[in-house]
Design a protein around this ligand. Structure first.
Ligand code: PMP
Length: 288
């Protein structure tokens, strides 16, 4: 079934959803985006995603041509128009069409695009058996160059690392930051569990401050697990009891080995499984 796409200010048929070849989103990766889940027809953690989108836009000096409330409504209308019950929304704002140069003053009309579809992030067996990771040689963008906290359309950094994972026969890759510390995977945040404590890199470690990450930290604290945000090395991961990734598309997925070293028992761990269960309950409930 062809989709209805929200483009600029209205819903159009997929076949008519076209953007200019002069759009700086295409020419330069100049824009911001969000990936959002829909569970039971309800947009999950909608406010959090809208807030991060506006923060990313502010950081790159992009003025989103809609108020947050109107944009939220447009997302909900797109979900309804596509009869989407469980799926994935891609919300994109590009700088808009401009000249063949970098000057943002020569662009006009930032372009809003909303796609409501489905997504399969990793093969289904990954969710029962866990995934294996390798460390990519491509380091995460230096925050002083392009902050990983901005969810920009420029994903080449992640794509370069993901290619390394694919070359190694894996579906993800671990990225380190410019200091050699653990940052995140190419589309997910990372956690370890050591002696019952959840540990994850802090938000200034060269990561996107994931909305699933924040939700899982809250669920973990509510369940009585201590949670600490602190710098981690690969060694911490090698000797962890458990490891898992979080992301909107990925949800919660266990990691069972890194660079050929089994993590813990080499199987998805009990706390990971408990948090996965709690996360699934949260999605059923529609949020906190
Ligand atoms: N890091 C990166 C690089 C990502 O692309 C994503 C997916 N948006 C995440 C982390 C996880 O963030 P969230 O939980 O907000 O989807």
């Amino acid at each position: 079934m062809p989709l209805k796409i929200f483009l600029s200010d209205r819903l159009v048929d997929e076949a008519d959803a076209k953007v200019s070849v002069f759009d700086h989103g295409l020419l330069y990766g100049d824009g911001v985006f969000e990936g959002i889940r829909v569970y039971g027809g309800k947009v999950f953690l909608h406010d959090e995603h809208i807030e991060r989108l506006y923060e990313s836009a502010r950081a790159i000096r992009l003025v989103i041509p809609m108020e947050a409330a109107a944009l939220k409504k447009a997302v909900e209308e797109t979900v309804a128009a596509n009869n989407l019950s469980d799926g994935y929304i891609r919300l994109v704002v590009t700088r808009g069409a401009g000249s063949l140069g970098l000057d943002i003053r020569k662009t006009s009309n930032p372009q809003v695009i909303i796609i409501a579809d489905t997504i399969t992030m990793y093969p289904p067996e990954t969710y029962t058996n866990g995934m294996k990771l390798v460390t990519a040689s491509t380091i995460r963008n230096h925050p002083g160059a392009l902050s990983p906290r901005i969810k920009s359309l420029n994903y080449l950094n992640n794509i370069m690392a993901r290619i390394e994972g694919t070359d190694a026969g894996m579906v993800e890759a671990l990225m380190l930051n410019h200091k050699g510390e653990v940052a995140e995977c190419t589309g997910d945040n990372i956690f370890i569990i050591k002696k019952g404590v959840l540990l994850t890199p802090p938000k200034d470690a060269g990561i996107l401050e994931g909305i699933t990450r924040n939700a899982v930290m809250r669920l973990a604290r509510e369940a009585g697990y201590p949670v600490r945000e602190e710098p981690l090395t690969r060694h911490d991961l090698y000797v962890a009891d458990e490891c898992f990734l979080t992301g909107t598309a990925a949800e919660v997925v266990a990691v069972v080995s890194l660079d050929g070293r089994p993590i813990g028992t080499g199987k998805p761990g009990p706390i990971t499984n408990d948090l996965l269960k709690r996360f699934q309950e949260l999605t059923k409930k529609g949020g906190f």
